[in-house]
Design a protein. Sequence first.
Length: 249
Amino acid sequence: MPAPRLLILGGTGEAAGLARQAVGRFGDRLHVTSALAGRTRSPSALAGHVRTGGFGGAAGLAGYLADAGVTMVIDATHPFARAISRHGREACDEMSVPRLTLARPPWRRRAGDQWSLVDDAAGAARALAAHGGRGLITIGVQELSPFVDLQGPRALVRLIELPAKPLPFDLVTGRGPFTVAAETRLLVDQNIDLLVTKASGGAATRAKITAARRLGLPVIMIRRPPEEPGTKVRSIAAALDWLEVTASN
């Protein structure tokens, strides 16, 4: 009997950890493939098999599930990756493939945090302009257009890697996880007055939130979109337990 085939919708640290632990726990009893969007030119190495590039919407993903014989899907994408999560739900519903969401735990507000919540990048850009200070922007490369009028010394943008085309911002690169000490140095050395980020949650980038709190800096935070309906877990351990049960059915 062929081994069950797991597709991880990935691109996050949690997805990489899940792939590594799934391969370690199940070995040849489970075929593991991680799907990456391909936006990062030099992604970190992953355990198991890797598929890079888009699927062509929900219909394309449904076709892939059928062609590849996928028997289980775990959505471990970024909390703001709305399109692929929706496509994953629709494709799995169409093909009757069991689907689990590994949902990253959100950050919780602590004493001293100065968060201003906004709905989107445009709202964040307006809030940064109203503040008038120099912001560290950590929202990824896809949603920077609302900030173009704040170029130069008004905005420092951090990306995983330098973009293929020049951007009208001061740029710095870095890949998490980050330490509080390193984030504090960056904020101080770059004369940052406030942080602009997404309510991404998780441990890999939480240090910037801690550093901002300790320095007394305000944070403009873009709210998370609603999660797709369906079965959810908040830890890799719980996802592995789901795999164990689902693979045996």
